[in-house]
Design a protein around this ligand. Structure first.
Ligand code: NAD
Length: 362
């Protein structure tokens, strides 16, 4: 790891800035990347992970913070882009972890600019511990101290996006008779699988743990697909809900689907993969638009909306956002990714010189 490389990365970044704090008791670097406050306060999850070095942690936080700027703006919500990572060096025991979350919570409170919630590696318990030291933590029921699970809301948004994409390609209302392959049966993939089955779709299920897919297939009347067939399996929709980077030079030319729409962050290995997908005849729904349901629900709850049905209805509007992007992309002969980016860049340019509007988060 080279200090110079980190400094050049910080200098070259177009974001607002990066906060670094070393936590001596656990040897953890806390990295908070603030990309943009043009539309509102920087807001994004906190990831906990072992990184090869500090440079990788800083790079990940910056990239994810930028993604959050696009996610919020793409949905027209008044939040800015930010993301944090807690770069641990090895797994922590419960007491060490609690101490880390408390000290991180104190840092959040001192900064007073960054709002956060759960992300990869951070649990509801971690979030509750952060919230014991800071009011900057979202997705917490302040009376019970319990953290909410964003998975069902994310799943609902993905479903709305899948339906919009199918309507765009086939003119079909609903998913009856359409095959959808869900990769990753965790907090998002499980509720998504159930929603798809309820819609009358043919549900194909894949997980790194095959038994998990087989068990769920039995429960909802779907079919398990082994991991080595996940890309090539013939289906209408492939929904990556496991890990990032699954769409790349190697996998795209083997895809057996017509549409990709799923919750995993950073599904494309590089941006050019969006063009590669278009050339292969696959309609790609940008991940940061279609996977925003959980973040959206958390922000709405924070703004005072608590009724679950009302929250689901708002999340369903992700379908309208997806439909709009797909129509504009088709009309302008560009990819949905380039169209989404153009829309957001327009919006951010309009706000560039204005101060962040009130978001109701205070
Ligand atoms: P999770 O950890 O609960 O579940 C992930 C599942 O994927 C696990 O069942 C795991 O066994 C499986 N898996 C891991 N690698 C796999 C592989 N290579 N092939 C097949 N299965 C694999 O995660 P989650 O909360 O369901 O989130 C899924 C993805 O969606 C993540 O990339 C996450 O960053 C993203 N995301 C989640 C939310 C949310 O609300 N939870 C919101 C936005 C984005």
């Amino acid at each position: 790891m080279s200090e110079d490389q980190i400094l050049s990365m910080l200098e070259a970044w177009d974001g607002d800035g990066v906060v670094l704090r070393f936590d001596k008791p656990t040897g953890t670097w806390m990295v908070i990347a603030l990309h943009s406050s043009a539309l509102g306060p920087p807001t994004g999850g906190t990831r906990l992970k072992v990184y090869p070095g500090l440079r990788d942690a800083v790079r990940d936080a910056m990239r994810l913070a930028e993604g959050m700027t696009y996610k919020w703006a793409g949905l027209g919500l008044e939040y800015g882009g930010g993301k944090a990572v807690l770069a641990i060096t090895s797994p922590l025991d419960a007491a060490e972890r609690r101490g880390l979350m408390h000290r991180y919570g104190k840092l959040l409170e001192t900064l007073g600019t960054f709002f956060t919630g759960a992300d990869l590696g951070t649990s509801a318990v971690d979030i509750a511990h952060m919230a014991e030291r800071s009011g900057q933590v979202l997705g917490i029921n302040r009376e019970s101290g319990e953290a909410m699970d964003p998975g069902p809301f994310t799943a609902r948004g993905v479903l709305a996006g899948i339906k919009a994409a199918v309507r765009h390609l086939d003119g079909a209302e609903g998913l009856a008779g359409k095959s959808v392959l869900v990769q990753g049966l965790g907090g998002v993939g499980r509720p998504l699988g159930r929603l798809l089955a309820a819609e009358g779709a043919e549900v194909l299920l894949c997980d790194a743990q095959l038994e998990r897919a087989e068990r769920m297939a039995e429960q909802i009347g779907g079919r398990a697909v082994p991991s080595n067939r996940v890309f090539t399996e013939r289906c209408d929709v492939f929904s990556p809900c496991a890990v990032g980077g699954v769409l790349n030079e190697e996998t795209i030319s083997t895809l057996g689907c017509r549409i990709v729409a799923g919750s995993a962050n950073n599904q494309l290995q590089v941006e050019d993969d969006a063009d590669r997908l278009a050339k292969w005849g696959v309609l790609y729904v940008p991940d940061y638009i279609v996977n925003a349901g959980g973040a959206m629900a958390i922000s709405l709850i924070n703004d005072g909306m608590h009724d679950r049905d009302q929250l689901f209805q708002r999340v369903d509007r992700i379908g309208e956002a997806v439909a709009g992007i797909l129509e504009e992309a088709a009309a302008s002969r560009s990819t949905p990714l380039a169209t989404a980016r153009r829309r957001v860049d327009r919006l951010l340019a309009d706000h560039e010189e204005t101060l962040a509007p009130s978001s109701g988060l205070a």
